[in-house]
Design a protein around this ligand. Structure first.
Ligand SMILES: CC(C)(COP(=O)(O)OP(=O)(O)OC[C@H]1O[C@@H](n2cnc3c(N)ncnc32)[C@H](O)[C@@H]1OP(=O)(O)O)[C@@H](O)C(=O)NCCC(=O)NCCS
Length: 177
């Protein structure tokens, strides 16, 4: 996983120093309400420690979870994900579908500045530069803020699907230009 930069942002690997930020972000209902099959907020700092350890340990040349930070002062803003998209299936953990998804989780203090879209564009460029042919995004039907990010970065709405995550999602896709 390599660092990425944009005009305003630095995207870097998560470290143990990010635990407080991660706990603060994922303990908020406005962040968590559209995430996961049964959305719930983080309640224990240990969950944030586990999450950061998982994000920090990802070793893949293309996939990753990046900490999105302000390029000037290093302020933490959120997370950008590029990872295998789980299929719908009866077993746990869900098997990979063969598709790759992009995702964005921003701290509410960082909403409304175009940071998610700017960071997502950098991750998409990285994905296509690395040889991926297609990237998907799945959102809840009522997650209009997330759908707006997908549209801003040029993704096409392919309607709703039950192919992923054992739930009904609004599907977005983009192919390598
Ligand atoms: C989804 C989420 C990342 C969207 O964040 P966001 O800040 O609205 O998205 P963007 O970074 O694209 O910012 C767009 C907003 O910034 C504004 N903006 C300000 N300056 C801007 C700039 N320089 N460039 C682009 N947009 C700018 C836009 O007008 C827009 O505001 P609006 O929606 O009020 O019109 C955020 O709502 C979130 O983290 N939600 C919780 C987690 C979640 O649901 N993730 C998705 C799971 S599928």
């Amino acid at each position: 996983m390599r660092d990425l930069t944009t005009a305003r942002l630095s995207l870097r690997r998560f470290t143990i120093a990010d635990v407080d930020f991660v706990f603060d972000m994922y303990s908020r209902w406005e962040v968590q309400r559209f995430l996961g099959l049964v959305p719930r907020v983080m309640t224990e700092r240990a969950e944030a420690e586990e999450r950061v350890a998982r994000y920090a340990s990802l070793e893949h040349p293309v996939h990753g979870v990046w900490a999105v930070t302000d390029a000037v002062d290093g302020r933490r803003l959120g997370a950008l994900l590029l990872k295998p998209l789980p299929a719908s299936a009866p077993e746990t953990p869900l098997p990979p579908s063969g598709d790759i998804e992009i995702g964005w989780h921003m701290h509410p203090d960082a909403w409304g500045h175009g940071y998610a879209s700017e960071a997502a564009r950098a991750v998409l460029d990285h994905a296509f530069d690395s040889g991926l042919a297609r990237v998907l995004a799945v959102t809840r039907r009522d997650n209009v803020a997330s759908q707006a990010v997908a549209r801003r970065i040029g993704m096409r709405n392919d309607g709703s699907t039950t192919k992923y995550y054992n739930t009904s999602c609004e599907l977005f896709s983009i192919c390598r230009p």
